[in-house]
Ligand binder design. Structure first.
Ligand code: IMP
Ligand code: MG
Length: 176
């Protein structure tokens, strides 16, 4: 399966260090606040499960199924499947795999703010700043990636490659 990768952006070891650093920061910032950590399915899964085990204070978990992509193109339309966690009066941390155009996280952040959250912050493993279409600043960022299509550790191309243990740039021949 690894023959679809052009180059590796973050190895397993690098990801592990990044996740520990983010977990420690969240622990310090939210100690005693009992935040609800909400992962956006399915891309958040490996990151979320590793991250929450590096947070050493009381939290609760939530998930939402959100999608915006078809193949390698951002559609700009956000779809929510199923229920939305109850966040009224809570500090919310939204966890996602990558911030690209920013449309998904912007929409979800606004939704939570409008639903009575005390605060809403964003934690992404990756940021692709060149892809940005809306103005949004995540509080927690693991690492930066160039304007290329990356897969692995939760990130997919048409639902595949989420289970790669590292993050790498997908070969163009796979999707063109
Ligand atoms: P945004 O609304 O454009 O910021 O979209 C964010 C979502 O698009 C992420 O949660 C990913 O599911 C998907 N996405 C954006 N860039 C990539 C990429 O390089 N590889 C895989 N998925 C991506
Ligand atoms: Mg995706």
């Amino acid at each position: 399966m690894q023959d679809v990768i052009e180059s590796i952006c973050f190895s397993e070891e690098e990801i592990s260090k990044i996740v520990s650093r983010l977990g420690e920061k969240i622990t310090k910032d939210y100690d005693g606040l009992d935040p609800i950590v909400i992962g956006l399915l399915k891309g958040c899964v490996p990151f979320m499960t590793d991250l929450v085990r590096k947070i050493d204070t009381e939290i609760t978990l939530g998930y939402m199924k959100v999608s915006s992509y078809s193949g390698t193109e951002s559609t700009g339309t956000i779809k929510i499947d199923g229920s939305i966690p109850d966040i009224k009066g809570r500090h919310v941390i939204i966890v996602d795999d990558i911030l690209d155009t920013g449309r998904t996280l912007n929409a979800i952040k606004n939704l939570f703010k409008d639903s009575g959250a005390l605060s809403v912050e964003i934690c992404v493993l990756l940021d692709k700043p060149e892809g940005r279409k809306v103005n949004i600043t995540p509080k927690y960022v693991g690492g930066l990636v160039p304007n290329a299509f990356v897969v692995g550790y939760g990130l997919d191309y048409n639902e595949h490659y989420r289970n790669l243990p590292f993050i790498g740039v997908l070969k163009k021949e796979i999707y063109s």
